[in-house]
Write a protein that binds this ligand. Structure first.
Ligand code: NAD
Length: 333
């Protein structure tokens, strides 16, 4: 099995390389993302391995099929960047890693919220400059605050539990399927509109779909409680960034912690510290004192990377052996 790994970073090499000791596949690591202009690098390979910001739309799928690729392996859970119908039309199987470590993302979400709300990152940068003043660093307790969790799947459920049981927050939830175990501990399922009106903190853990695209928008922000804190470790386009910037400028939003960003493709995962960045929205977001942004880092733990690598290569091994693919994504999913 010959596999080309797009968008490779040092940690991909390390963890996929280690997991491959069990399989002995031929792995070709490429730094560039999968796009229509890089798809020819897949010529002669059986499989391509991609991540969240690679492009796997219809033209790319058509080109992959022509190149002889028979399977696309996503080394992530979300698959909003993949045209599944185009894959099916081309006879290309698509697999993903549905669960590698929900704890990695859930713990990071709570960490981001704490850092934003208690201004830990700002305190850290002050003390690096021998500035030990506390003015401007007043935060708020999490205990007793109303938190809305949108999407209570693997990650959202852990966040809801942690905030409710660990911190004593009053947790509201919204999902198309309620989790009875969360209800049992006192999490209250409400309509999304109600949640967005009543919550002091909203944390997003649903997938990006037509229904959830821009679920945080101008109307929602106008109707939300003043000082709303928003955390997004799911997918950038759940938030209408233009509306968010406007609400921040009007001082209606209390704080925003983002690990994902609508236009992150082509920016995130690269060191652009010596470059001029064209994206004015991103640059504006980064200037607000109450916005804390990281570059899609929530998944990045040793445990998660190891699980991702093992599951990805196991799926490819199953494919090569003609076995059933447990992590295959069906067109209707
Ligand atoms: P999951 O599939 O276990 O849970 C998603 C939940 O969202 C499900 O309960 C589902 O019913 C619910 N949902 C679907 N449509 C909804 C809607 N319209 N409104 C409300 N809820 C809806 O997924 P997960 O493993 O918990 O991951 C959640 C998201 O986190 C993924 O979709 C992915 O985009 C993101 N993620 C981000 C990172 C990161 O590094 N930042 C890492 C992994 C996953």
């Amino acid at each position: 099995m010959r596999i080309v790994v797009y968008g490779t970073r040092s940690y991909d090499r390390t963890f996929l390389g280690a997991a491959n000791a069990l399989h002995g596949f031929e792995l070709q690591f490429i730094d560039a993302p999968l796009t229509l202009s890089t798809v020819r690098l897949a010529e002669g390979f059986d499989a391509v391995c991609v991540f969240v910001n690679d492009t796997a739309d219809r033209p790319v799928m058509d080109a992959l099929a022509q190149a002889g690729v028979r399977i696309v392996a996503l080394r992530c859970a979300g698959y909003n960047n993949v045209d599944l119908a185009a894959a099916a039309d081309n006879g290309i199987a698509v697999v993903r890693v549905p669960a590698y470590s929900p704890h990695a993302v859930a713990e990071y979400t709570v960490g981001l919220l704490l850092s934003l709300d208690r201004k830990i990152h700002r305190g850290w940068s002050r003390t690096r400059e021998n500035n030990f003043a506390l003015d401007g660093l007043v935060g708020r307790n999490l205990h007793g605050r109303v938190v809305g969790v949108i999407g209570t799947g693997q990650i959202g459920a852990l966040v809801a539990r942690s905030l409710h049981l660990g911190f004593g927050c009053d947790v509201l939830a919204s999902d198309i399927v309620a989790d009875p175990a969360l209800k049992e501990i006192g999490v209250r399922y409400v309509d999304r509109d109600v949640l967005l009106r009543e919550a002091e903190i909203v944390t997003l853990h649903c997938p990006l779909t037509p229904d959830t695209h821009h679920l945080i928008n101008a109307q929602v922000l106008a109707a939300a409680r003043p000082g709303l804190v928003i955390v997004n470790t799911s997918r950038g386009a759940l938030i209408d960034t233009v509306a968010l910037i406007e609400a921040l400028k009007q001082r209606r939003v209390g704080g925003v912690a983002l690990d994902v960003y609508e236009q992150e493709a082509g920016v995130f995962f690269d060191d652009l510290s010596s470059e001029i960045i064209d994206d004015d929205m991103l640059q504006r977001l980064l200037t607000f004192p109450n916005v804390l942004m990281t570059g899609h880092q929530a998944f990045l733990t040793e445990e998660a990377l190891s699980a991702i690598a093992q599951t990805t290569l196991q799926s490819l091994n199953d494919f090569a052996a003609g076995r059933q693919l447990t992590n295959r994504i069906a067109v209707t999913q």
